[in-house]
Design a protein around this ligand. Structure first.
Ligand code: GLN
Length: 309
């Protein structure tokens, strides 16, 4: 296939149109009250190719709560700081369970299956607390740099709402601390986690921020690679196997791209060597992933034939 002749803009417009019947379908995440207020009619997509061409459709420039997509940024920072040490405290296998499940932790001695379920991301947050005096600022600065957008903020209202409703995440953190897999104070880990989940970014910001994953770790705004080629490949592999929790297999089957979702309704996907793209539709399916976002990405790769397979 000649990648130079692909009409990305036309493809985005077509999948946006074809998925319009799904507007308003699904439910916004309601266990975090501040997220339940978002209209499920929103929809946007953005794609940036490795030549820097930016294509977008719909609400691509409206910031939304990135939620679990932030776990890719925190894991990237932890890998930059600690390299393979990360894997002594968190695994690399799909969990097959919902993102907030407690069920495997007891059998597996408090070592979460992977860094993209909540338990895994809470351990990564603990690692960042150990490594930095102000990890919240470190994450925000990193994300702003990756997105070339200094106005990216943490939505304090969402963070507070999330913190108040964080009973499961508190349980997960306490439980892991009982196994010795959390070094810091539970309260500090929860605060950092709820803050990074509450970063607000648009599809355009996210497509830009994930660009290094399509470019062997290279990002235009960083002098050194963001990650080595090997770690970049591995991060993409983890997104492929665990990026959509217990829907990762179905997503790989339908879309065929490494991706990461969040309960704010965002999904970011990467075709290494070619592009990074983000879709946003706040209506979720029963597994907590964007209903219209998955359908749009499915159509995008099915119509174009673009996938890693
Ligand atoms: N902050 C959310 C939570 O902890 C993230 C979950 C998600 O996006 N899947 O429940």
């Amino acid at each position: 296939m000649n990648m130079d002749t692909i009409d990305y803009q036309g493809l985005l417009e077509r999948v946006c149109e074809e998925t319009r019947p799904l507007a308003g379908k699904g439910h916004a995440a309601d266990y975090i009250p501040a997220l339940a207020e978002i209209s499920t009619d929103h929809f946007g997509m953005a794609l940036i190719d490795t030549k820097g061409g930016l294509y977008s459709v719909g609400d691509a420039d409206i910031p939304f709560s990135i939620q679990s997509i932030s776990k890719v940024f925190t894991l990237t920072l932890a890998l930059r700081e600690l390299g393979n040490e990360v894997w002594s405290r968190v695994g690399r296998e799909p969990s097959g369970h919902p993102f907030n499940s407690l069920i495997q932790l007891e059998n597996e001695q408090g070592i979460p299956r992977n860094p993209f379920i909540n338990a895994g991301a809470l351990v990564v947050a603990d690692m960042l607390l150990e490594a930095h005096p102000d990890p919240r600022d470190k994450i925000l600065t990193f994300v702003r740099m990756l997105s070339a957008n200094n106005s990216i903020l943490i939505d304090e209202r969402v963070a507070l709402s999330e913190k108040r409703a964080a009973h499961r995440n508190a349980a997960l953190t306490h439980f892991m601390k009982s196994f010795g897999n959390i070094g810091g104070e539970v309260e500090d880990v929860l605060n950092l986690y709820c803050n990074h989940c509450s970063i607000a970014m648009s599809c355009i910001d996210l497509a830009r921020a994930f660009r290094f994953l399509a470019q062997k770790g290279i990002h235009q705004r960083f002098e050194e690679p963001v990650l080595t080629f090997s770690l970049t490949k591995r991060l993409n592999s983890l997104m492929m196997t665990s990026g959509l929790y217990n829907e990762s297999g179905e997503f790989a089957y339908r879309v065929g791209l490494p991706a990461k979702s969040g309960v704010g309704g965002g999904i970011v996907a990467v075709l290494p060597g070619h592009f990074s793209m983000a879709a946003w539709g706040p209506g979720l399916n029963e597994r907590g992933n964007s209903l219209r976002g998955i359908e749009a990405l499915d159509r995008f790769t099915t119509i174009s034939g673009l996938s890693i397979f």
